[in-house]
Write a protein that binds this ligand. Structure first.
Ligand SMILES: NC(=O)c1ccc[n+]([C@@H]2O[C@H](COP(=O)([O-])OP(=O)(O)OC[C@H]3O[C@@H](n4cnc5c(N)ncnc54)[C@H](O)[C@@H]3O)[C@@H](O)[C@H]2O)c1
Length: 412
């Protein structure tokens, strides 16, 4: 086994990157952070101090980094998705292996460009489809692949996006505008489509989709509502109040930067007065859907129906797989397997695991496979390379085309 250490530079040092960097904390002999590109000084400094990265290896823009490249094997791209394509293409041309946050990029063509460039340069591009590395989802794959339940005939799958996650991320926050980042199906649910295609092992040949931004628009605002929750007469009874979410319940505040000399309460107050997260959900500039369904038919005639729900307190994915000899039914907490012959039933309990940090260890598993893959260690190769992940993105973009044009799309 080759235990070579991988030297990595991060581009974007936000929420996701810090999760993946935990692998370097736990396994410094395998992964070493040698450079940081991050425009927000406070984040750049925090990560630099934690990993002892010298000032000359810290950059506020990727232009500066690519003009003064560092001796490294790989780059981790954890920027918002409008900043995936350019640094990824430049990193490929510079010969770095890349661990790229999903979604790959912002259009089908950009995704295909990255695939083509990575093949031409012979570098690994790993896509962070963490469900493939999550014990619960891996168990589903193992059960399907075992053949014990025969072949898949159809699947009902749904993603429950908790209402607070919805308003924080897809109404007020980073993923609220399709042009700025991506349509919601790609931003959030390329994971789901990737998971479904991964377990089926067959390609999608037809897709159709419906959905819209039904609720979070100004004509649904209550009478007398204000642009900001702190000024709003309807705030006390509004289920989407930013005052209630951030100031009272203190949820979704983990990624608010707290400058030196200030407290998190100062930051929340400022956000409610001036920031994007203080805005009324009916008076934002959001345009991504708040509900969507996708239907797929695969080459082997499997049919899949996938529903995205945001008007729910739930925050999990549910999957019901109908197979020729039985069925698998799960909700991330339990997984129930029933065989038709003999009515045999097995229940797997994942309740201890479902709230474990780092996506139940998946964030660390993917980094480990990436490291193994580029050091050609005998420990295994990365399963979520761009070659195997691109289909989910193509299907998502075609589903969006279907939703917007009212057509069923045939995928070549
Ligand atoms: N795999 C998953 O399960 C998962 C979960 C959530 C988010 N994501 C994806 O991860 C990516 C990052 O999301 P996040 O939640 O970490 O966001 P974040 O805002 O916490 O982090 C992004 C970081 O990139 C920095 N940045 C912005 N422009 C930059 C530039 N030009 N150069 C360098 N850095 C720049 C920002 O300042 C920020 O620190 C997104 O693509 C998102 O869709 C993946």
């Amino acid at each position: 086994m080759n235990l070579q250490q991988v030297k990595i530079v991060v581009i974007g040092a936000g929420n996701r990157t810090n999760k993946y960097l935990e692998y370097a904390v736990r396994h410094p002999e395998r992964l070493k952070l040698v450079g940081i590109v991050e425009p927000v000084e406070i984040r750049r400094r925090l990560v630099a101090n934690k990993f002892g990265v010298p000032e000359e290896a810290c950059f506020s823009s990727f232009d500066d980094f690519f003009a003064n490249p560092i001796d490294a094997d790989a780059v981790l791209i954890g920027t918002p998705e409008d900043k995936h394509y350019e640094p990824c293409m430049r990193a490929i041309e510079a010969g770095y292996h890349i661990l790229l946050e999903k979604p790959i990029a912002q259009t089908k063509q950009e995704c295909l460009d990255i695939l083509e460039a990575s093949k031409r340069k012979g570098v690994v591009v790993g896509v962070c489809h963490v469900l493939r590395f999550h014990p619960y989802f891996m168990k589903i794959k193992e059960l399907v692949d075992s053949g014990e339940l025969g072949e898949i005939i159809s699947i009902n799958h749904y993603a429950e996006i908790n209402i607070d996650r919805m308003t924080h991320s897809y109404v007020r926050g980073l993923w609220s505008k399709a042009k700025k980042t991506n349509p919601m199906l790609i931003a959030k649910c390329c994971h789901d489509i990737d998971f479904l295609l991964w377990i089926c092992g067959s390609k999608c040949r037809k897709v159709s989709s419906f959905g819209s931004l039904r609720w979070f628009r100004k004509e649904n605002a209550p009478e007398g509502s204000a642009e900001r929750c702190i000024d709003c007469k309807a705030e006390a009874s509004c289920p989407f109040s930013a005052v209630h979410l951030y100031k009272e319940r203190k949820q979704w505040i983990r990624n608010f930067d707290v400058p030196e000399g200030q407290t998190i309460d100062d930051v929340i107050d400022k956000e409610l007065r001036k920031g994007v997260f203080g805005r009324c959900v009916y008076h934002c500039d959001n345009d991504v859907v708040d509900h969507q369904i996708v239907n797929m038919e695969l080459e082997d005639e499997t049919t899949i129906s996938f529903v995205v729900n945001a008007f729910t307190c739930n925050d999990f994915r549910g999957t019901h797989i109908k197979m020729t000899k039985g069925e698998i039914d799960g909700n991330e907490t339990t997984l129930r397997v029933r065989k038709f012959r003999g009515n045999e039933e097995t229940v797997y309990d994942f309740s201890d695991l479902s709230n474990q940090p780092f996506h139940a260890g998946a964030d660390l598993n993917i980094v480990e496979e990436f490291v193994n893959s580029i050091t050609r260690s005998s420990e295994g190769v990365l399963s979520s390379t761009i070659e195997s992940s691109i289909e989910s993105h193509v299907v998502c973009y075609e589903a969006e085309t279907s939703r917007l044009t009212n057509q069923t799309i045939l995928i070549e």
